[in-house]
Design a protein around this ligand. Sequence first.
Ligand SMILES: Nc1ncnc2c1ncn2[C@@H]1O[C@H](COP(=O)(O)OP(=O)(O)O)[C@@H](O)[C@H]1O
Ligand SMILES: [Mg+2]
Length: 353
Amino acid sequence: MDPELLLDPETKAESTAFKDFFSTDSRFQYEGLVGRGGFGTAHSVKYVDPKRPGLTRFLVKKSLNREDAEEMLDNEVLFLKKFKGAMHIVQFVDIKDNPLDKWEARWMVLEWISNGTLSQFIGKAKKVGLSRLPNRTLWRFFLCLIRALNGIAWPSDHRDSETYLETPLKNEPPSDIEHGDMHGGNVLLADFIPDGEHLFTPLLKVIDFGLSTEFPPEMMHSAGTAVERNLFDVGKLMVCLVTMERRSDVRHPTLRNNPLTTTIGKTQVQTMANKIFEAQYEWLDPDLRTLIALCLAMETQNRPSLHNLTHWLAKSVEVRDAKWYKDVAMESDETVNTLCRDILFNAEVTVPN
Ligand SMILES: Nc1ncnc2c1ncn2[C@@H]1O[C@H](COP(=O)(O)OP(=O)(O)O)[C@@H](O)[C@H]1O
Ligand SMILES: [Mg+2]
């Protein structure tokens, strides 16, 4: 937390209000501000309740007391409801007799995601002197992001509410939901899980659906379908992870921005992924480069389907082991297994949000 933020009188008053509300019930301990944007604030709260041993902390996201900010929060609630149970999308937490219920303000309670933003992760990795991530880490992060897109494309409101791994549905067209704000500050690192996809690298979760929209493609002019636009945003995040840049400099997909032409199979594809074709990234698995390039294809119809992409990524995570990469040290089980943990838990560096 940046202590300077507390100097802002509005935020200060808000923190005091939070403290007052939560001081009335011993289950809660207000911890402080964790983020502040143009439309609202985010706060962490510790929670102790013998009836819910699994819940130790949660996040309250509150909008500013302004109509546009309140609408954004309402919009976010609306979308998050659709994604109930999706593993790679932030989830609501239901708190009984929440002292905030008495507050005439717009807020929501979300699960606490403990390991910071993707931008912070890149910043920390760089600060400890790392110049790149292993291909096997990139494959796993890519798969998490595409799972989140599957969750967005096939909302769960018609499924049972159990937590589920997001896979493309065969006989149902994808939704028209676009996240609309998918940058490195809106993807968080959650926990490691003992399953095939998150044992070596943490689960990523997409947050912040305040700017999300659901428009039919004919309203989007030539910008493509929602899936195609979300894929472009994931492509941008993947370029950040390959180049270790906190902010994307991938340009808007138009001819004027000089896309790179590459041959994929027998097809010539123009892509905005120019950067990752530079010589300094020759270590990048060519198949990973191709898939990222396809997500960033200038022509929206050249972007992959979620069905194909999920299949490729899941398969690659499964079979591209250390041996596949000729046992180079960077791709060993040991490196892939400890690298994220070291960056997250052992690196004594701090970076801004
Ligand atoms: N569920 C969460 N768990 C932990 N930290 C969170 C969570 N949601 C948001 N944050 C933190 O708060 C910041 C702001 O939250 P976000 O939903 O992105 O709001 P904004 O609309 O202000 O960008 C995030 O960048 C992240 O650092
Ligand atoms: Mg945000």
